[in-house]
Ligand binder design. Structure first.
Ligand code: HEM
Length: 316
């Protein structure tokens, strides 16, 4: 018998013996097991049955698929953020490499958003969206988790409260003021839409638990505690700025373009038709969400999300 095979069998024997298991029974199992196929491994058949349009308009399938693709990318981002935050003895190399992965994913998302902006027939969109109410991408829990795992909660509260809540240690008080809790409100009355109410009911506890878990190890905290004196500091700052800009300016602007293309109406008409405050809420220059505000100059902050900002800071 091939000596390499004998060596492998011995090692397998040791592995199973440690757990009090009999290798021979497992080898029998191997004998009867089917070969793995691609479609089983990635659960392809299940994946391809997850698109169930509510209407007969063909473009609704494009809309569903692109949302699902985005959520899978969000999952990839969260997968990396979690590994960064809980890596024991994290070093510069790991931090930078994993940030690069996150940056790559966000860039793909931002660059591909024209699938929504140019890849849907407006007339179809305006009809099938009525069958999807009150759901909205606003209700993406993963998007909010990316925010919470990237930055301090203070940086995610509404621009009007940010200054006065500096130093506030109570996570619950900060959660009450999260910037998006003033989004998806009715333009006519300013009241929370059902979209927002549903979302809060489902996720607020998860956001609180995640906030607690990442309070001292979100990406910003890791930078401050581990890398702000590193010899790689400059490179790390560059990566963090790129990530911030991609997700909080580029992605948001790409997304805003789709809302503007399909939903733009005169504010009075919007009020009358029960529209939300999205025109005053979605453009990044209004909320000025930055994961790493300390890394931007006063001028850059003032220009955040404006054409001047994109021109002068495009590191992406
Ligand atoms: C034609 C395509 C799209 C349109 C017209 C659109 C429209 C909107 C509007 C109007 C809002 C504000 C909340 C509301 O009034 O419902 C919103 C929020 C949001 N949408 Fe979309 N959306 C589109 C595609 C997407 C996609 C593909 C995603 C990916 C998951 C997404 C994720 C989000 C998120 C995360 C928010 C909240 C943003 C924030 O709080 O700053 N949207 N969208």
């Amino acid at each position: 018998m091939d000596p390499e095979l004998i060596r492998q069998l011995k090692k397998l024997h040791e592995k199973y013996a440690v757990m009090g298991q009999d290798l021979s029974s497992y080898l029998d199992g191997l004998l009867y097991a089917d070969y793995l196929t691609y479609w089983e491994y990635i659960h392809l058949d299940t994946l391809l049955t997850l698109q169930t349009p509510k209407t007969h308009f063909p473009d609704e399938k494009v809309f569903i698929l692109y949302h699902q693709i985005t959520e899978l990318y969000f999952k990839l981002i969260l997968h990396e953020l979690e590994q960064i935050s809980f890596k024991e003895d994290i070093d510069e190399r790991f931090f930078i490499e994993r940030l690069d992965r996150v940056i790559r994913y966000v860039k793909h998302l931002s660059d591909s958003f024209d699938i929504m902006v140019d890849g849907l027939e407006k007339d179809q969109f305006l009809r099938f969206r009525m069958a999807l109410l009150p759901s909205s991408g606003f209700q993406s829990g993963q998007y909010r988790l990316i925010e919470i795992q990237s930055s301090d909660m203070l940086n995610l509260i509404g621009p009007d409260s940010r200054e006065s809540f500096k130093g506030e240690p109570d996570l619950k008080k900060l959660l009450d003021k999260l910037y998006w809790r003033s989004g998806a409100t009715e333009l006519a009355s300013g009241k929370k839409t059902l979209t927002l109410q549903q979302f809060e009911t489902k996720y607020m506890n998860v956001f609180y638990e995640t906030g607690k878990r990442y309070e001292h190890c979100n990406i910003w905290q890791l930078y401050k505690t581990k890398f702000s004196n590193s010899i790689e500091k400059e490179l790390i700052i560059k990566k963090l700025r790129t990530y911030d800009q991609l997700i909080n300016v580029h992605w948001r602007l790409s997304h805003f373009k789709s809302a503007a293309k399909y939903l733009f109406k005169d504010p009075d008409e919007l009020k009358a038709t029960g529209g939300t405050n999205w025109q005053k809420y979605l453009p990044p220059r209004f909320q000025k969400i930055m994961f790493f505000p300390e890394l931007w100059t006063a001028e850059e902050k003032a220009d955040w999300g404006k054409a001047a900002f994109t021109k002068s800071n495009d590191e992406v």
